[in-house]
Design a protein around this ligand. Structure first.
Ligand SMILES: [Cu+2]
Length: 362
């Protein structure tokens, strides 16, 4: 693998370049750990940001990072360029600075019902940047100031930090909903032998903001012989799975050939679909021809637990009544089968896809 660590220029620029001011009136000393969320979300939307992304703490105090949403993240904090290879995971609670020159949490998948915590104690004044390798633009910093120093008045307490976290999260969700509402594939295309091809867009990843984790549209109405083509518009990895997948990792199974037929009788899965390279079978789009009337649910195996599920409703070839419009940008909780959630949870709990995801940092 080529060099794993790469600190974005923007993150480097954060060192000393950004004025980090706490809320006015923040208390000067707060011995309790300061909680920072590592991403958050709601079905269909993942805010890939540290919340809040800038905090000021007193020398010797601890930040407790709270992995509270389903998305996979990590925390990488290092001095200088950091190690050349993938860093060794640092057990929690970690201390920084330390002789290794870095702290790396390893990949952690959050769970709202049982959030994983990861603590870092900061023992030396300074401003330190940290990042999540998986999600480009997920950069943050902590300013550590000595008690009694000039900057001590700006030390955060939990109230001031949470207020900024909430504002940042709400802003992220609003932006993601606007992005999600605008997701659109190419217009329906006529097929040479009759029928049509309908496009569905595989969500959106906007660095520094987050991800729309929905098929757009998610409910598609077609007739026998028509096709659906799922298209990636960015570098985030997704897949399309009808029925139980042949194995747990979408980064390993080759997937069906684009253009295959689907009649509902056997599980069919795409390979990873992304504009970026997640291995030799990565495709930028995936098309299935639907040959038999029926209603077929499908999921993105990577993001089913965040509501990335959909349905293709296929009418008999001879039907002439107008088809309902293709709608929806998420069906979480709406006729959702249990296995949607179970598979996604199992997959992500196993850290599946870490290598591929970490490589491309999405
Ligand atoms: Cu997905």
């Amino acid at each position: 693998m080529k060099r794993f660590l790469f600190l974005p220029a923007a993150a480097i620029a954060l060192f000393g370049a950004v004025g980090l001011l706490g809320a006015p009136g923040a208390s000067a000393a707060d011995p309790a750990p300061l909680v920072v969320k590592v991403g958050d979300g709601q079905p269909g939307y993942a805010v890939t940001q540290f919340l809040p992304s800038n905090v000021t703490i007193q020398t010797g105090s601890t930040i407790e990072f709270d992995f509270a949403w389903f998305e996979l993240h990590n925390i990488a904090l290092f001095e200088g360029d950091g190690p050349a290879g993938k860093p060794v995971e640092t057990p929690s609670p970690a201390t920084f600075p330390n002789p290794s020159g870095y702290v790396f949490s390893g990949d952690i998948n959050g769970d709202p019902a049982n959030p994983t915590k990861y603590s870092i104690k900061f023992t030396k004044a300074g401003t330190y940047s940290y990042t999540c390798f998986i999600h480009r633009g997920m950069d943050a910093s902590v300013k550590v100031v000595d008690a009694g120093s000039a900057g001590a008045g700006s030390i955060d307490n939990q109230l001031s930090a949470t207020a900024r976290a909430n504002a940042q999260y709400n802003s992220g969700i609003v932006q993601l909903k606007v992005i999600g509402a605008g997701l659109k594939g190419a217009p329906d295309a006529s097929k040479p032998g009759g029928g049509k091809t309908v496009e569905s867009v595989l969500g959106n990843f906007t660095p520094g903001i987050g991800q729309v984790l929905q098929f757009a549209p998610s409910t598609i109405n077609i007739r026998e012989g028509d096709s659906v083509r799922w298209v990636s518009q960015d570098g985030a990895p997704h897949d399309v799975v009808f029925g139980a997948p042949p194995q747990a990792s979408p980064f390993e199974f080759p997937g069906a050939k684009s253009g295959s037929s689907y009649d509902g009788t056997k599980p069919t899965a795409s390979s990873i679909i992304s504009q970026d390279d997640f291995g030799p079978t990565t495709a930028k789009s995936f098309e299935l021809v639907f040959t038999k009337a029926g209603s077929y649910n499908y999921i993105c195996l990577l993001h089913a637990d965040q509501g990335m599920v959909g349905t293709v409703v296929v009418q008999a070839r001879g039907t002439t009544a107008p088809l309902p419009p293709n709608t929806g940008t998420g069906r979480f909780g709406d006729g959702l089968n249990g296995w949607y959630i179970i598979i996604g949870a199992l997959l992500l709990a196993a850290g599946v896809g870490t290598a591929g995801v970490a490589k491309a940092r999405r």
